[in-house]
Unconditional design. Sequence first.
Length: 273
Amino acid sequence: MESLRTALVGGQACEVCGRLPHPRRLRLTVAKLLAVFPVEFALHAVVLALHPPYLVAVASLVITTTVLVIWVVEPSAMRFLRTWLHAPRAHAAGGTDALWRIRVTLADRVGSLERVTHELAALDANILGLHVHAVEEGVRDELVVSAPDEVRSAEVATAVADAGGRDVQVWPTTALALMDGQTKALSLAARVVSDPTELPHAVAELLGAQLITDRVLLAGPLPGDGTVLKIPSPWSGMFAFGRPGEPFTPGESARAHRLAQLAELAAQTPYLR
């Protein structure tokens, strides 16, 4: 699907919403003239050169003009000339910063995050979002950072590690990662209340994890690396979620269990829906 979208829009669509940047009015007008003028010019040249009967000439002009109007009004002309139409915005977008999601364990003391901020500033990186999860060995911070496009993930990870961070993990991300966590959690809670069967999908979305359907894994013990989380089902058994390379924090586990409790309450109390 992603390759199809890239082929259709020339790779210039927004990664988040999938829309093309809106072209400037002047470029849009010129594009429509470019779509109409060559065909009209060629048709008039043919009519003048061949001298067809009057009705044939009029019919040809009317039909061609109608087709051109339809082509310009609907998006065909814009798709045909999209590279030129969106060139200024695409050029500007090429210089935008990249977004990175970082997870790091820090000592729970004053100045730990300040050192991370200082090291990231040396890369001209800026912290845009921060979530803190309490863990046994300190705090597990999740950051969304913007950095110049030429900065690589290894450089970001090294900078955070040099600031005293442990278990550093870095992934590329999009602007969706900046969505307010509380708002997202409330939206998912409302979704679970209205339909308790949405619980596994809501938890997977909340945690950025995958629902595990392997019965053997569901019946066995949890892996020791913390990358699998089980929550009770409101009906029977358990739901399990996996997130390879990203251990679940106690806070995330608590939120998932609260959603399970909410789904169970909604299932037992139909009038809540």
